[in-house]
Design a binder for this molecule. Structure first.
Ligand SMILES: Cc1cc2nc3c(=O)[nH]c(=O)nc-3n(C[C@H](O)[C@H](O)[C@H](O)COP(=O)(O)O)c2cc1C
Length: 355
C-alpha cells in the first residue's frame, strides 16, 4: 500500500504503513510489537518499566519473530533528588486509605520503578540496534544521544507544544511526535509544566507541521480511520496510536483497567499526577477524584507511586492508574495485526482522491 499522500515517515523509518503503535509501558510487550511490525506498521517496545535484562529478553524475542524495523522507547527524565519530608507528607495524606483497607502503614514504602535512559540502556540499544529509538520527556544528554545516533537509529520524541517541537528538531530529532492533550498516558511535556496551556491534537499538529522541517507524527485521540485521515489532512506524515491498542488481546492490562476501558463514560478521563508525580491521562477513579486529579503534594516523578502500591494491592481499581486517552470509547476488540491494517486501509480510503 504505497499510495499515501505523504510518504516521508514510511521512507525515513522503512515501514509500509504510517501507523505507529504507541509504546505503553506496562501494557505493551513483545507480542504487540511483533504483531504491529508484521502488519506493516511500526511496533514500539517501551523500556521505562523494565530492567535492562528484561528489555534484552523482549528485544531478543522481537528480533526472532520479525525482521521489520522496530522502535524502542525510553523515558529521559532527571531522577529526582530524595525528599524525605515530601514523601512522608504524601504518605500521611494516604493514611486514611491504609487504615480503611488494612494496609500496613509502617512497612517501608515501596519504590516505584520508572527508569530514565542511561548508560546501561544505551548499551542495549548498541547491542540490538533498533531502527528507531523514541524518547518521552525530551531527549537524553548529548553524549548518550550521540551514541544512539551512531548506531544509525532514527530518533523520535514527543512534543506537546510548538516550542517543544522546535527544540527537539534543533537537538537532532529525525521526526516529531506531536502529542495532543487528548492522549493517554504521561504528557511528554518537558519545557513547561503549565498544564493550562497544553494544546489539543487538532490545533497542535498543523502548527508543529508549519514550525519544523522534519516529518510530524500525530498522536492523541486517534483511534479509528477518521482520526488517521484527519491527521493526514492536518499535515501529519503518520499517526501514533496508543489507547486503541489497549483493546487488543496482546495488551497487558489489569482486570480493573480492562473493565474501566469498557465501562467508563466518554468524558471520564482526566490528567492527573497522583500516580507518578507527572501529569498523565487516565480514566477517573476514586484516588484521582479525592486527592486530585492534580495534587501539589505528590512527590516528584516517579516517586509518588510508591506509597500507592500497598493500596493497589488491596483495592486495585480505586488506586491504580487506568491510563487512557480521551477517545477510548472508540476502541474495538481486534487483534493488534487487524487493528493496524484497519487503521491504515480505512484511513487511506477516507483521504480525498481515493477510490
Ligand atoms: C497505557 C499507556 C501507557 C503509555 N506509556 C507510554 C510510554 O511508556 N512511553 C511513551 O512514550 N508514551 C507512552 N504512552 C503514550 C502513547 O505511546 C501514545 O503517544 C498515546 O497513547 C497516543 O494517544 P492515544 O492514547 O489517544 O492514542 C502511553 C499511553 C498509554 C495509554
Amino acid at each position: 500500500m504505497n499510495q499515501w499522500p505523504d510518504t516521508r515517515i514510511l521512507d525515513l523509518l522503512g515501514i509500509e504503513l504510517p501507523i505507529i503503535q504507541g509504546p505503553m509501558a506496562g501494557a505493551t510487550n513483545s507480542s504487540m510489537v511483533i504483531a504491529t511490525c508484521n502488519a506493516g506498521g511500526l511496533g514500539s517496545m517501551p523500556a521505562a518499566m523494565l530492567s535492562t535484562d528484561q528489555l534484552r529478553e523482549e528485544l531478543k524475542t522481537i528480533r526472532q519473530h520479525t525482521r521489520r524495523p522496530i522502535n524502542v522507547n525510553f523515558f529521559c527524565h532527571q531522577p529526582p533528588a530524595p525528599d524525605e519530608q515530601r514523601a512522608q507528607d504524601w504518605k500521611n495524606l494516604l493514611q486514611p486509605y491504609y487504615q480503611e483497607l488494612g494496609a500496613d502503614f509502617d512497612a517501608p514504602t515501596p519504590v516505584s520503578n520508572r527508569a530514565p535512559f542511561d548508560n546501561a540502556a544505551c548499551e542495549v540499544v548498541e547491542a540490538f540496534r533498533p531502527e528507531v529509538v523514541s524518547f518521552h520527556f525530551g531527549l537524553p544528554e548529548k553524549s548518550l544521544l550521540d551514541r544512539v545516533k551512531a548506531t544509525g537509529a532514527k530518533v523520535l520524541s514527543s512534543a506537546t507544544t510548538v516550542a517543544e517541537a522546535v527544540w527537539l528538531e534543533q537537538h537532532g530529532c529525525d521526526a516529531i511526535i506531536a502529542m495532543g492533550y487528548e492522549a493517554g498516558g504521561h504528557r511528554g511535556m518537558f519545557l513547561s509544566d503549565d498544564l493550562s496551556s497544553q494544546v489539543g491534537t487538532f490545533a497542535l499538529v498543523p502548527q508543529v507541521v508549519d514550525a519544523v522541517k522534519v516529518p510530524v507524527i500525530a498522536a492523541g485521540g486517534i483511534a479509528d480511520a477518521r482520526g488517521v485521515a484527519a491527521a493526514f489532512m492536518l499535515g501529519a506524515s503518520a499517526v501514533q496510536v496508543g489507547t486503541a491498542y489497549l483493546f487488543t488481546p496482546e495488551a497487558k492490562v489489569s482486570p480493573s483497567h480492562h473493565k474501566a476501558l469498557r465501562t467508563a463514560r466518554e468524558s471520564e478521563t482526566a490528567v492527573t499526577n497522583v500516580f507518578t508525580g507527572r501529569p498523565a491521562r487516565g480514566i477517573l477513579n476514586r484516588v484521582m477524584r479525592e486527592l486530585g486529579p492534580m495534587s501539589a503534594k505528590a512527590p516528584a516523578f516517579p516517586l509518588a507511586g510508591g506509597a500507592l502500591m500497598p493500596l493497589r494491592a488491596k483495592g486495585e481499581a480505586d488506586f491504580s492508574n487506568l491510563w487512557a486517552g480521551q477517545a477510548f470509547t472508540l476502541g474495538v476488540e481486534l487483534t493488534t495485526e487487524a487493528l493496524t491494517r484497519k487503521l491504515a486501509e480505512e484511513g487511506l480510503a477516507r483521504l480525498p482522491g481515493r477510490p
